[in-house]
Structure formats: structure tokens, C-alpha cells
Design a protein around this ligand. Structure first.
Ligand code: SF4
Ligand code: SF4
Length: 240
């Protein structure tokens, strides 16, 4: 039958269900074992119980336990399938970070030919992340930065071994955070896939670097190697 006890005015609005449940629960009485031990020794019950438990030792770092699938570990800056970077240098991740652990400096992509002083194209959009740093002395691995990223450039990996005896080594720079080049990718800077726009990259129309992009990169590397060789021979010809 439902409890029809009237609630006094002073308790109006207060949830009395827990107090009533506690009053209805009988106080546990000590069993025969508990009766035969003084209370001071009975306190060791947990200790004795633990002594006979199976010992579980993690053999870290020799054996590493796999993390949960969506574990929040070290960050990664992702690439498009042709190798261009997904980061557009918008700084939203840095603004979202509650620990002020991210530093981003964006810059304009530059399609001016390198021989005319162009710095090159690193992402399909207008801008790219020229400087990118995450300070792992500050990061609390909350994942707010990856939620804020509009291009899915920033994600978190399962890597968790982030300890060092040098504070400077725990400030990761862009070259450490960038995803390694996969098959079919070319290291930027290089042009976008010919005839495509930035949005086409997000619509999955690019699946690897094209032959035009490969030729462009080969020519660029050959020109850089020739310039380096010319510099070296000029230095070698100088009188001491
Ligand atoms: S995981 Fe959290 S604390 Fe770490 S960089 Fe991202 S937003 Fe900042
Ligand atoms: S990682 Fe994402 S949110 Fe951060 S600057 Fe790059 S594009 Fe913007």
C-alpha cells in the first residue's frame, strides 16, 4: 500500500524516499566469524582477503595492453589522399582547447612558381597551418580540439607513451604530428589535382596523386638538386 504519511511543511519539496528506505533497512549484525574476532583484528579482513587473491602483474613496457578503440592518445594531423594537408590553419582547435595547449599560425597557399619566389601549396584551400604545435605538458586529452576541427584534419591516435625527462621534448611540432605519407601520396608543397576545387577533396573525388602532380614534384626536386649542386660547386671554387 502506498505511503500516505503527510509531509511536514518544513520538508516540502525534499525527497524523503532515501531516508525512509534507510529507516526500513535493518542494521547488519556480525556473523559467527565476526563475533569471534575483536573489532581491531576484523579490520584486517580486507588485507587477508587480498593476500590470497591471484596476483595480476602487467609486464609493461614489454607487453603493452591494447587501448580502447576510441582512446584519446597523441594527436595526428591528417592528409588528403594526394598528400596535401587537411589543416587549413583556422585555429578553431586552439580556441576550443581549455588548457591552451595548441599553437597554430596559418599562412596563405601560394601558387606562384617556386622559381619566381612562390612558397607553394600545402593544402587544397586558401590557407594552411604553417606552424602547428601541441604542448603535451598542458594537454588533458579531452578531445575538444578534434571536435572543433571543421576539416577532420586533427584526430587522436591510440599512442599513449608520452613521457620524457625533457620538457621541451613534450612540445610536439607540425613535422611530428603530421601523418606519414601513405602509398599514392606526395609530400607538399605541390599543386591540387588539376580541374578540381577544394570542395571536391571533401567529396571524395581524389584518391591518389595524379601523374601531373608527380611530374610537377619531380621537376621541382630536380631543380632544387641542380641549384644545390651549383651552390656547392661555387663554394668549392672560392679561394681560401
Ligand atoms: S585534447 Fe583537449 S587539452 Fe589536449 S589539445 Fe585538445 S582540446 Fe587541448
Ligand atoms: S587542425 Fe583543424 S581546427 Fe586546427 S587549425 Fe587545422 S583545420 Fe583548423
Amino acid at each position: 500500500m502506498a505511503d500516505t504519511t503527510p509531509v511536514p511543511r518544513s520538508d516540502a519539496g525534499k525527497d524523503l524516499s532515501q531516508e525512509r528506505a534507510a529507516a526500513a533497512t535493518p542494521t547488519p549484525q556480525a556473523g559467527p566469524v565476526g563475533e569471534s574476532f575483536p573489532k581491531s583484528i576484523a579490520g584486517f579482513g580486507v588485507t587477508f582477503e587480498t593476500i590470497f587473491r591471484k596476483i595480476y602483474t602487467e609486464e609493461y613496457p614489454e607487453v603493452k595492453r591494447p587501448t580502447a578503440e576510441r582512446y584519446h592518445g597523441r594527436h595526428q594531423l591528417n592528409r588528403h589522399p594526394d598528400g596535401l594537408e587537411k589543416c587549413v590553419g583556422c585555429e578553431l582547435c586552439a580556441w576550443a582547447c581549455p588548457a591552451d595547449a595548441i599553437l597554430v599560425e596559418g599562412a596563405d597557399n601560394d601558387d606562384t612558381p617556386v622559381e619566381e619566389g612562390g612558397t607553394g601549396r600545402f593544402s587544397p584551400g586558401e590557407r594552411y597551418g604553417r606552424v602547428y604545435q601541441i604542448n603535451y605538458l598542458r594537454c588533458i586529452f579531452c578531445g575538444l580540439c578534434i571536435e572543433a576541427c571543421p576539416t577532420r584534419a586533427l584526430t587522436m591516435t591510440n599512442f599513449y607513451e608520452l613521457a620524457d625527462n625533457n620538457r621541451a621534448a613534450l612540445i610536439f611540432t607540425k613535422d611530428q604530428l603530421l601523418a606519414p605519407l601513405q602509398e599514392g601520396m606526395l609530400a607538399p608543397p605541390h599543386p591540387m589535382v588539376e580541374g578540381l576545387e577544394e570542395r571536391d577533396y571533401y567529396q571524395g573525388k581524389v584518391d591518389a596523386a595524379t601523374s601531373d602532380q608527380r611530374e610537377w614534384v619531380a621537376e621541382r626536386d630536380a631543380a632544387a638538386a641542380a641549384a644545390e649542386a651549383a651552390d656547392a660547386s661555387a663554394e668549392g671554387g672560392k679561394p681560401e
